[in-house]
Design a protein around this ligand. Structure first.
Ligand code: DC
Length: 225
């Protein structure tokens, strides 16, 4: 089968990136985490105290020109990590501060336009698994396979809470629930490229599925293409 583009969209903390990484490994594809891009931009804005909502598109473009985001393959870990202007920021972009800022940043049209442009470039040669919120609808509306992931919000919060605690983050389950609730709201209600299921996407509710079952589900769907 010729290489294709697999677009995975869905709610926060649904396990999109876990599934996307497993798929990319299985198929020998490149994996791109678009959430990490919005997170890296958010980190830059936080660090430089930029009043992003008060800026004009031209000023935002100038700031974006100062931001270089790369995904660098880490041989020792067998995964790619996110670099912002040459610095490995993988851990920092997953923390509470960035998680609380990112929805606001991801609503800004000028920022989304630049991210979409970069994401489309990554798909030029296909053989790509990309996850996010607007991949099947805006970035690659012609993607050969589109998955829309969802899971019970309570289960998502529990999973995310465990993940953050295991990374040493100090956070309560209630804070995680609030963050997921507000990100779901912002993702689905924002004006620019909100999270919606593409008409031709396959829905994957993984509330009661393990990783292997999810991977097999998508591999079976691939056979039908
Ligand atoms: O997938 P994630 O939770 O790391 O994404 C972080 C935030 O970025 C999330 O709140 C929504 C936003 N996002 C987006 O708006 N569009 C994307 N393609 C990916 C993420």
């Amino acid at each position: 089968m010729d290489p294709i583009i697999i677009a995975i969209d869905g709610y926060s903390s649904c396990g999109k990136s876990t599934l996307a990484k497993a798929l990319a490994k299985e198929l020998g594809y490149v994996y791109m985490d678009t959430g990490a891009m919005y997170r890296a931009v958010s980190l830059y804005i936080i660090r430089h105290n930029i009043p992003i909502n008060d800026l004009k598109p031209k000023e935002i473009k100038e700031i974006l020109n100062q931001i270089d985001i790369q995904f660098v393959w880490m041989d020792d870990k067998g995964i790619s990590e996110t670099f912002l202007n040459g610095e490995n920021v993988e851990k920092e972009i997953r923390g509470k501060e960035v998680s609380e800022k990112v929805s606001e940043v991801a609503q800004i049209k000028t920022i989304r336009e630049r991210m979409v442009e970069l994401q489309r470039k990554a798909g030029l040669h296909k053989g790509l698994v990309m996850d996010g919120r607007d991949i099947g609808t805006t970035v690659f509306p012609n993607a050969e396979l589109k998955i829309f992931m969802t899971a019970d919000p309570e289960i998502r919060a529990q999973r995310r809470y465990k993940e953050l605690i295991s990374k040493g983050e100090e956070i309560s389950l209630d804070e995680v629930k609030d963050n997921i609730r507000s990100r779901d709201y912002n993702d689905t209600h924002r004006k620019e490229n909100p999270l919606v299921k593409a008409d031709d996407a396959i829905v994957l509710d993984n509330s009661d599925m393990n990783h292997e079952e999810q991977l097999n589900y998508v591999l079976e769907a691939l056979e039908g293409i």
